[in-house]
Each structure stands twice: as structure tokens, then as C-alpha cells.
Design a protein around this ligand. Structure first.
Ligand code: MN
Length: 510
């Protein structure tokens, strides 16, 4: 038996089959599918894009030298008092609204008490019993189907600092992140496996980036996720005991960590064991999860209302103002691009990957009406030269340049091949395509009078071929078309050349 592990799988009444598991199962979901259903709930921490921290004026800039951006408030010096950042509240509310949550007029900050070196205050200011947003949902696309994933709550809280280990044999603490504003988004246990979890994470990131409250940079820690994973026998309603996987910071790891944990739990259950509720860590190097600590319960944190902050009161007007600032979200955009503009779903998907691409596409359509051609050009030529980072997008050309280029092709002034040459010349410059066409003498190509002149000259130079054509051998037309192309270095409009030559050769004009 490969890997020495075998499990019996009962396949609905048929005689049990023996399945072989590899030592490191690549697709454990399929292997356990007949026995267990995987249940996943995600807690995602998203950093809000404010310039200053949640309760003080220190900068939130990423990458500064350690402990540069700190103040008495975020390091918890005695006597310092927190003041809530209005910008953070605005962003949090916009996120809650975009996730279809109910926003509460009153919410409460609370102290979550625990000791860790990266938390000098000894407590984190969070929201506990009264979060500002609850009961939302987000739709995700899984294969051909749309699944609605519940969002139990969204609350505001501050980030902790960071422990840096192995520096000259010491561990040091960087508090630049301490007090950075976060929202924690808690999903319902509605996800049915690692694929769905990764898709949910992607959909969540897209919504937050489109709303402009998060930059989507998982690698810089601005979006981190904890996954609660449990298994239950297929058909059972009651949830199994869950384990929490901590601090997953990439889409790939979301999938791998959950797969590894599902395989571990299945093996424990198959061997007749029980799952202990605990907090575990995923090690990308070994592809395994391991115990961090036995699971703490909420009461371990001795939550109590934060005495230094009044309840957060949000007026109906404030909430309405935030609602007005929510743009069309990627799901709605994709639907509209497919249904109203007739774009293929894959193209609509590419265009709605990032708000900067959507803005580029929409701006192009203001000057040029063929959505299909614009989308194709943007998805290939334009995206090749684009740099997308965080909420910003940099393009090597402008929408106006692209719109004019496509119009020149439509009018037959340049061919598709020439368009690529023009594009290469305008990239990274302010030059308009029409100016390049002019400067390169490409415009001759649809100039009917000029083409007519070339055709006449050719006919005069080749009287024998003209005679052959007039005797009925119409394939000689190809010879003349070829000659015109040669003289114009391929820039002549072939359709127009054909028309002119047919007319001239059949003697209708001369
Ligand atoms: Mn949290």
C-alpha cells in the first residue's frame, strides 16, 4: 500500500472499496467526499486604508523602520486617551454596506484582554457584544453556480504590533502596526471546502478594493484570514468540532491549509478518534498544520466595555452618505457587461479584476462605442503594459488614445496590423494615434484617389495582364492587388483596392 495508509469508504450500499491515500494527499476533499462534508467559516482581518491609526495620529505607512510610527496612545502609555478616527469609521461603514450588512446606529468598543509582547497595552480595543454591522452576505461564483455566503458580523478593531525573531539572537518588537485600523469580517459556516473558501476570500478582497477601503495586498498583511474548519458525516445537521487555522496570508495557502486540515481531521475520525477544539498553524514548508494552543473561549478574554470611548453613534444621514459612495461592485459589473454589453463572461471577468481596469474600460467607451472591440484591445494590448498595485493602476496608454486608435481601424484608415504598430509607438507617450498615422504616411491607404492613381499606373505598366483579365481570367486581379500592396508597403486598404481594381480592369471607367 503506498504510504501505508488505507481507508475504507462506504459507497452507498455497494461493497466497500479500499482507497489508497498518498502520504501527502493532494486532493483530500475528493477522498473524503463520500464520508464527510467539510464546513469552513472564515474570519478575515482587513486593514482600512486610512493615513493615520484608529485611535491616534501616527502614520499607517507600510515598510517604515521599526517603531517609527508610534505614539503614547498606540503603545499604551499611562494617561493617554484614544480618539476615534472618523475616516476609519466611514470606510468600515462602506465595507459593511457593500457586504449587505445591517448597520447599527449604536455600537460599542470593548477591551479584549490578553498578554503578548506585541500588545504593550495588555488589551486590544475591539468590538464585541455590539458590533457596528451584522447579518450581511456576499455572492460567490463556484463553477457555474452562484452561492450566497452569510456574513455574521463586521466589527472594528485595532491591529497589534509585530514580533521580529532571531535578530542578533534576540526577539524584538515593532509597534508600527499597533493601532492600525482593521475590520474583522466573520462569515457564517457556509463554505463547503477549500475551493469555496479561496473564492470567498477573492470575492471579499474584490469588494473591499472596489469600495476603496482596502488595498488587497495579502503579502503586505493588509488582508489576513483565520479559517475555522470542521468535518461532519454527510447528512448530519449538527456541526463537528472545529479547529481554527491562524493567520493565513495568501489565496494559495487558504486552499492548502484547509486541505491539509481536512485530511488530518478525516484521518483522526476514520481511526475512531475525536477532534479537539484548538488553534492550529499551517506550515507551508511541510504542508501540515500543528497545534498552537488549545482553543480559548471568549470569556477567557474578560471583555468589558472600553471606558475611554463613548458608544459609537451613527446617524441615518451618515450611513446614507456612505451608501452613496459605494460604486458598482465587481459582481454587478460582470453581470452588466455580459447582459447589456454582450461581452463573453471571461472577458467581463478580466475587466472587473480591478477598479482601475474598469475605469479605463468605461472611459474608453465614452469616446468609442464598440464595447466588444474595446474590451478585446484592453484585455490584450493594454493590460500587457499595465501595472496594478494596491488600489492604483498605471497604464502605458490613455483611454482616449485607445478609443481613437480603434476608431481609425473601424474607419479603415489603418489595418489591425498597423494598429499594433501605432500602439507600440504611442505606448508611454502622449502621442495621439492620428498623429502617428499622419507622420508615418499611413493615411494613404484609404485615400481612394491615391489608390486609384497607383492602380492606373500599374495597369499601364502591365498591359498584357490587363488584356488577360479582360479575356475572362479574373484571377489576374490577385497579381494587381499584390503589386499595390508591394508599392504601399502593405498599408493599402485591401477591400478598397479590390473594388477599385475590379472596376478599372473591367473597363467601366477608362
Ligand atoms: Mn480580530
Amino acid at each position: 500500500m503506498v504510504g501505508g495508509q488505507a481507508r475504507r469508504v462506504n459507497t452507498r450500499g455497494r461493497s466497500p472499496r479500499v482507497l489508497t491515500l498518498r502520504a501527502c494527499p493532494r486532493k483530500p476533499q475528493r477522498d473524503v467526499a463520500t464520508n464527510y462534508e467539510t464546513v469552513v467559516g472564515l474570519e478575515v482581518h482587513a486593514q482600512l486604508l486610512t493615513k493615520s491609526k484608529l485611535f491616534c495620529a501616527s502614520s499607517t505607512r507600510f515598510g517604515d523602520s521599526p517603531n517609527r510610527n508610534i505614539s503614547p496612545v498606540c503603545v499604551g502609555l499611562p494617561g493617554s486617551l484614544p480618539v476615534l478616527n472618523r475616516g476609519a469609521v466611514e470606510m468600515a461603514v462602506r465595507a459593511g454596506l457593500a457586504l449587505n450588512c445591517q448597520i447599527h446606529g449604536r455600537s460599542l468598543f470593548a477591551r479584549k484582554n490578553y498578554f503578548y509582547p506585541d500588545l504593550p497595552k495588555g488589551y486590544q480595543i475591539s468590538q464585541f457584544e455590539e458590533p457596528f454591522a451584522t447579518d450581511g452576505h456576499i455572492d460567490i461564483e463556484v463553477g457555474e453556480t452562484t452561492r450566497r455566503i452569510g456574513i455574521i458580523r463586521v466589527h472594528m478593531e485595532e491591529d497589534a504590533g509585530k514580533n521580529l525573531h532571531g535578530i542578533g539572537g534576540d526577539s524584538l518588537v515593532d509597534l508600527n502596526r499597533a493601532g492600525v485600523p482593521l475590520i474583522e469580517i466573520v462569515s457564517a459556516p457556509d463554505l463547503r471546502g477549500s475551493e469555496e473558501a479561496a473564492e470567498y476570500m477573492r470575492a471579499l478582497r474584490d469588494v473591499l478594493v472596489f469600495v476603496g477601503v482596502n488595498d488587497g495586498n495579502l503579502e503586505e498583511g493588509s488582508l489576513r484570514c483565520d479559517a475555522n474548519v470542521s468535518l461532519r458525516p454527510v447528512g448530519q445537521k449538527e456541526l463537528g468540532t472545529r479547529c481554527e487555522l491562524k493567520n493565513i496570508n495568501s489565496f494559495r495557502f487558504v486552499k492548502r491549509a484547509i486541505d491539509a486540515e481536512v485530511a488530518r481531521q478525516a484521518a483522526v475520525l476514520d481511526a475512531g478518534g475525536t477532534i479537539e477544539q484548538e488553534t492550529r498553524a499551517f506550515d507551508p514548508d511541510t504542508g501540515r498544520t500543528s497545534t498552537l494552543r488549545s482553543k480559548e473561549e471568549a470569556h477567557d478574554y474578560r471583555y468589558f466595555p472600553e471606558p475611554d470611548l463613548p458608544p459609537l453613534v451613527l446617524s441615518a444621514e451618515f450611513i446614507a452618505e456612505q451608501r452613496q459612495q459605494i460604486p458598482e461592485l465587481p459582481g454587478q459589473l460582470r453581470k452588466r457587461y455580459v447582459e447589456a454589453l454582450g461581452l463573453p463572461p471571461a472577458t467581463a471577468g478580466t475587466l472587473t479584476q480591478h477598479p482601475a481596469i474598469v475605469r479605463f474600460f468605461e472611459a474608453t467607451l465614452r469616446d468609442y462605442s464598440d464595447a466588444g472591440k474595446a474590451a478585446n484591445w484592453i484585455c490584450t494590448e493594454v493590460l500587457r503594459g499595465a501595472r496594478i498595485h494596491g488600489v492604483e493602476g498605471q497604464f502605458s496608454v490613455s483611454p482616449a488614445q485607445v478609443a481613437q486608435l480603434l476608431a481609425l481601424v473601424d474607419k479603415g484608415e489603418i489595418s489591425g496590423k498597423q494598429a499594433k504598430a501605432v500602439f507600440a509607438e504611442i505606448e508611454g507617450t502622449e502621442k495621439m494615434p492620428s498623429a502617428v498615422v499622419e507622420a508615418r504616411g499611413m493615411r494613404v491607404l484609404s485615400d481612394e484617389a491615391a489608390l486609384r492613381g497607383i492602380c492606373r499606373d500599374l495597369m499601364q505598366a502591365n498591359p498584357r495582364q490587363v488584356e488577360t483579365y479582360r479575356q475572362g481570367k479574373h484571377n489576374v486581379l490577385g497579381f494587381f492587388v499584390g503589386q499595390v500592396m508591394k508599392q504601399t508597403r502593405g498599408s493599402a486598404n485591401p477591400k478598397l483596392v479590390n473594388e477599385i481594381l475590379s472596376e478599372l480592369l473591367s473597363g467601366e471607367e477608362s
